[in-house]
Structure formats: C-alpha cells, structure tokens
Design a binder for this molecule. Sequence first.
Ligand code: ATP
Length: 948
Amino acid sequence: MSRTVESGSPRIAPPYLEDVETIARELDTDIGVGLSSAQAQARLNRDGPNELRTQPVKPAWHYLLAQFRDPLVYLLFAAVAITLATWFLMDGRDWPVDALVIVLIVLVNAFLGFFQETRSQRAVAALAKLTQTSSSIIRDGTVARIPSHHLVIGDLLVLSEGDSVGADARLIQANALQVMEASLTGESESVCKNTLRLDSEVPLPERANMVFKGTAIVQGSGLGIVTAVGMATEVGAIAHLMDVTPEEVTPLQKEVREIGKMIGLAVLVIASVVVATVLMLTDIQGVDDVLRVLLLGVSLAVAAVPEGLPAVLSLVLAFGMLRMARNKAIIKRLSSVETLGSASVICTDKTGTLTRSEMTIQQTMTASGKGVVSGVGYAPQGQIHHQDVPLSGGPVYSENVLLLRGGSLAGNATLAQQEDGTWVIQGDPTEGAFLVAERKLDAPARSLERFERVAEIPFTSARKMMSAVVIDHEHNDERLLISKGAPDVLLQHCTHIQVGMDVVPLTDDLRAKAVADVNELSGEALRTLSVAYRSLAPGEDVTAGEALEAALVFIGTVGISDPPREEVAPAIAQAHRAGIRIIMITGDHPRTAARIAEDLGIIQAGAGALTGADLDKLDDAALAEAVKSTSVYARVAPSHKLRIVDALQAQGHVVAMTGDGVNDAPALKSADIGIAMGITGTEVSKQAGKMILADDNFATIVSAVREGRGILDNIRKFLRYLLSSNMGEVLTVFFAVIGAGVIGLVDERGGIVLPLLATQILWINLITDAAPAIAMGLDPHDEGVMRRSPRKPTDRIIDANMWRGVLQVGLVMALASLLTVDWMLPDGLIPGHESLVQARTAGFTVLVLAQLFNALSARSESASAFIGLFSNRWLWAAIALALTLQVAVVHWSPLNKAFSTSALTLSQWGGCFAMASAVFWFSELRKLVMRSRNPEHHVAVQRPAVHP
Ligand code: ATP
C-alpha cells in the first residue's frame, strides 16, 4: 500500500497501530532533538493554533450592531422616522432638528457602549493569556516550556506528574506513567500507559500507548510525539458536544439584569401615563404636537431604563480582574471577583505560602546527640558543631555524615554554582537543604561518581516519604536503599538504629528517644525529616517499589527552618479584622504546624492541631463540629482537604482553599475559590483552581479579597448613583405633568407644556450616565472594606435601605428642578418673569448639576462625601467634562438651536447650582441620621486608600 503524506502532515492511520520509528519518519521528527523552530513555525502556520474552537470569532461590527438591539431604541427610531416622514410630506416647515439630534445622540451612545464592551472583552482576553496552560517539549534538541496552544504535530512532548496533556501524542517513553482520562472517557480511575504498538483497532480507553489532550498525568513521566492538535484531537471531536466557552453570567450580573428589567417595566408604565396625560390635557394643534409628546415619552424611557448597566458592570469587573492580576492574583472568571468579596474562610497550606520556602537545616538529632548547624541560607558555608565543638571524628560525626549524605542521596535536587560564585538549589528546597548541610560537614566532598542511582520510589504527599536505591562503587558495589521522610512515618518502617559505626535494634527506649528528639525540634517550629537506610541483599529486585521500604536502620532527624514570609502575619491580622477565618492545612508535623500557626497569629498558644489520622476517626457529623473550632490541620493528605472544604461549606461558609499538587485538584474544584500556586503549582491544579497566585504568597490572597470587596462596594456605588439619577429624571417629568397647573407649566390656552424636551433628556443621559458611573467603578477602596464582616452570598446587592435612598434622592432631584422651573415662569407657586425656553434651560441644567452632586454623595452609603472628596481623579474628570458640555449646550448658539436652550445669566447659574446642591445636602443629612442610628456605620469611614 502506498500513501503520500505531506511532510509532517497529520496522519491517516491511527498512530497507536504504528511503531514509533514509522511515526517519527512520517511526521519528519527526530526522536532525539525534536523539531527545529523553523519546522514548528511552518506547521503552526499550516495547522493553526492548538485550540478547541466550536464557533467562529464574531467580528467587531457584530458587537456594534448589538448596541442597537433594544426595543426602546426601535421605538425611538420609529418615532424619529415618522417625524422625518411628516416633515418630508409637509413641505416648507423648519428642519426637524429634534429628530436629527436624537439620532445623533443614540449613535454616540451606541459607540460608547461598543467601546465599553470591547474594552472589557480585551481585558478578559488579556487575562485568558495569563492562565493559558503550558507544555514542556523538546525542540532544537533542548527542553523548553511553551504555551500549549503553540504545540504542533511532530513536537516531542515531555510529560511529568501534574502536567495537563497539551495534545494527542503517541508515547515513546513511559516510566510508571499514570493518566487520568476522566475528561474523555468518564472513567475515574487513572490508567497505566506504555509504549507498545497495538495490532488492531481498539476503543479510546484501551489505547495504552497514547495520551490525549485535556487529560492529566497523575504519576510517573513520559515522552510522546504529538500526532494531532486542536480540533483534530480526540477531545476536539467531541468539542461540539460540550459548550467550550459558555458565556458566563455571574450572580451579580443576573441580579442587575433582573433589576434592569423591573425598572424598565416601571419606566414604561410611567412614560405611558405621562404621554397619555399630556395628550389628554394639551391643546394638540396637529401631528407635530402629537409626535413631540411621543418623542418625549420614548426618550424618557430610553434615558431612564438602565440599559447600559450590564456593560458598565462587566467593564468594572473586568478592570478589577486586571488590577488583581497586576497584584499577582490571577482570576479566571468574573464571578470569582464576587465570590472573593464574600469569602469567609481561607484554607491555606504552609510551606511556600505562609513561609518563604527557604529551607536550612539548623539541627541534627542522632543516637549520640545533637548537632547545631551554623551558616544560614543556601551558601554551603558554615559548620556543624556538637556541644560547641566542631564535629570531627567519633560516633556523632559518623552518624551526621550518614544522616546528611543519606538525605542528599535520597533526593533529586542539585546544587549549582552560578557565575557570580553564589550557589543555587535546583529542585525541591527541602532536598536542597540536605545538600547544603552535607557540604558544611568537615569532611572531604564525596565524588559524584561514587554513588550510582538505580531506582527511585517517589515522594507523594500522601506517603510522606521517598526512597532511592544507589550502588556504592567505593564499597564493594554494595546496593543501598536510602529513605527520607516524615519522622513519624519513617520510624514505622525501621527496626534498627545507627549508633556510631554500629547498627543496633531499635528498642522501645531508643524509639521513644527518637520521638522525643522530633518533638523537641518541632517545638522550635522546625520542619522535621528523618533518614533511614538498609543494605539490599544480592537477590533483591530493586523494582519491587514500596515493598523494599521495610526493616530499615534509622539514622536520625534533621530540623529545618523555613522562616515565615514577613508580610504574612499582618495579612492574617487584617483578615481576622475582616471577619475571615484562616485555617492552616499542612502535611507537616502537628507541633511544627501549631508553633508556626501561633507565631503567625492563626491560633492562640496551646490551641493544638488536628492530624489526618484524627480526621479519619471522625464521621461527617463529628467533623462538622470539629471544623468550627480547629484552625490547624497537620499531617494531612490531599483527600482530607476535600472533607474539610465540604464540612465548612455545609456550615454556610464561602471557602477559599490553596493547593498545588495533582491530588489537590478535587479540593480546589470543590472550594468556592480554588487557589493554585503559580510558581510551584502543577498544571492540573492551575486548571482546577479559579484563581492563580502568581507569587505563591498568602498575603496576596488577602489583598485579592480586599480588592474583591472593594469592587463590590464600587458596584453598589454606581448602582446607587445611576438608579437615583434616573429616578430623578422620571420623577421630574412625571410630577411636571401631574402638577403642571401648580408649577405654571401651562400655555395661554391652559394646555400642559412639557418641562423638558426629548433631546434634553437624552443629553442628560449621555453626559451624566456612563462616565461618572465608570469612574465610580474605579473608586479607591476605603479602609473600611476590611473592617466589616464578609457579605453573605445570599445578600442582595441592592437592599431595602438602598432603594429607599434611591427614591428619596430622586424625589429631591425632581423637586429641585421643578422648583427652578416654577421660580422662572410667570405663573405657579413662585411667580417669575422668564420665558418658557429660559425656564426649561434652567430646569434642565439643575437636573444635570444635581446628578453631578449626586455622583459625589453616592460614593458612600453612610460616610460623609467630604471624606476623601478628591481621591478619585477619574470622577472629577468626568464631572469637569459634563460641566463643560453643559456650559456649551447653554451658551453655544448651534447647540442652543439643537437643544432649544438659551443662555443663562450668572445669577441664574448661581441659582441653579444652589438648587442642584440640595441633593448633596439632603444626602449628607440622611447619612448623618443613619450614622447616629446605627453606630456600626462609623466603621465604614471613607479614607482615601491607595489609588487603583
Ligand atoms: P504544606 O502541605 O503546607 O505544603 P509540607 O510541604 O510539609 O507542607 P508535604 O509536601 O505534603 O507538606 O510534606 C509532608 C511531609 O513529608 C513533610 O513534613 C516532610 O516531613 C516530608 N517531606 C516533604 N518533602 C519531602 C521530600 N522531598 N522527601 C521526603 N520527605 C519529604
């Protein structure tokens, strides 16, 4: 059979039926060095990025057009069309300026909406880039890490524990490789992989020599040739079945949409009443008058219905996410911003998150006594002393050599000297600490060739130990099994103990002494690790795995210091003030954990810790009781984390939980906010988490919570502002029509005249709606955000008190502008002597100014607007812009024509300012009353914090 395959093209026969060499030849890949960069680039251009995409990207005009998709805008356009048609038919009249201005305003509004939407989409896309998965590959002969969507067919994919498989690949190497394929097969057990060619077609779960995109490596390592990318992969084939990127609507967005709908309905009713009343009570002279009234009604509806709210909301959430990302907390979904704001418990691991992960062995404990290690940090300078005398010779010395050398051999880290002479640890810092301490021994460095590693039984956080089998070439090629791990675990595998050069049985007394040594070290907040070994008998199979780890000789224990990060204790104190519980969940020894938790202020002295073994004894009910008071969990396995999360959630807590390993994924998924570690975390944990800590630092979680709360606060601010302002507009028109006679809004024949024109209402909406609202969304967060208890997820964003405020402020606004109109007009309560145009201009201006005053007071629910009055420069810019535009509309004659306005005198401007400021003073008064009734509001003192 002859087949022509273009060099490196996707293949036709299933790759699991072919041997590796054939595939490598057909895909034009060198199994040793991988593709060249040029080859990879060409293939990327040819096949496109390795992405799952079921729907084409929508072009920009689609979003622009969507801005007009609103029944009210249709109605407005219909009214405009009729106006234009009648003008066209009835020759000789003035241009229908109104209609044209309305069209123009609607267009400008649509462009603003479009701009907001594209900005927030861009922000979300920028974040998506930060959370992309990456893959290790061999290209040009070197191992590199690249974003998974840059994988191409023929790439050599390097697989290790915790990786998320980036593309479908045929395996070339598999070392104890276990893969979780649940995402493809639904099977929850992991499957074992190998490299053997299959000879007949088999279903996907049986293709043991392949790995598939989207699955997870849970153990072992491997190497594969990429055979399919993007939509050609197995997961691509079913991608259309699962909605790959469902449009996300957060609970908050849902609530806001509902509020929008409700208000829309109310506004429509009011607008209809207004139109009907005016039509009945006005002296209608012709079609023109009817149209003018209709236009007013529709414009009122367009202006008062908060159709722009969802857009402002997404923009503020998206900007918040970007700001968090700059502060090292990368949020994957908009909804997590809200959830973060209501987090009531943070469960955190210890090593690396609360501590600096700078491991230094400080003490050693062996059968013959204690060694004190001098010299801190990674530099392998310093010495080991025994009772202040440098170790040299004698039993303590030989025990320490065994302990530190053994610990070094039973690990995978290496020590490298950099060009500037400093030393760095490559690999696990705990393992590196052994290498450094070994160098501090007053002993000749061991040659690299002396010990040959032949097998490894890997470390897992469930096992809490690891072993290596080495051949000692300078000692009769003896085969040694060396283990290191948590002392309590390792001791269970030991039957003997090293004393000087001798091996003696581990009696109960000696065992008790070893345990006491461990307790002494962990009581000093040191992390403890023990080392043990045994010589393998000639016939023993080194691949026997965990079975080898028996009848070991205990050597001793090291105490490792891992200082807490400086910023953690203040962050914990801040979280406590904010009503958030901090729980430490660690694999470390209970004493070490409790000591560090005490030092950091997580628990009171003597509070103690629950261990994984304790948890196993508790049923769900007992656990539910225990989680209420326990804040430190030690010696836990990842599976315990899931139980703790569930128990906390059952009590109504919103739980944030950190994790880094593959086995942490279920707990990360189950928590309300799973937090993965950006530096040390596995790909799988990063995929399972909703947030990624770019700096692995606990303090960053607390600042993200603060940011989340601040964003929720800001959302409430602009909701308060927009709703009360819109309420003001509606009530102004409504009361003007109902009380036209009282105010003097009547013509010579006694018919009603309109207080505002359609164009004026739309103008108010244009200049006072979006810009101040967005500026409020960027308001600096006040100090009070971290002095309140967390918001309950069931709390409505707009509560009864806020609705009351909205109504009251709206009323004051309407009264202020109608009183102004009354004061100018000849009739009414206060007789004036200005024209209708002049009175309208003043009323219109008062309404605009009142909204700007309202913007200043809406920034806080109960604190005075004067606190931090100037801290938001965006808001002041928005206010300045609106003022300038209002001056232009009142004094620039082309705009006078377009908006039927006329110039105001200086004293009239003064009057307008005074009337409009009523809104501000009213709000101040309202807040004063609130504060005196409820002292808790004093907590929410607004002080300008760091500007976002
Ligand atoms: P955390 O869960 O807060 O990150 P941890 O690092 O102590 O803390 P694990 O990594 O699960 O948690 O480690 C649990 C225990 O296993 C440690 O206390 C230590 O005794 C032991 N241990 C850690 N790393 C190694 C290692 N590389 N080799 C052998 N034993 C180890």
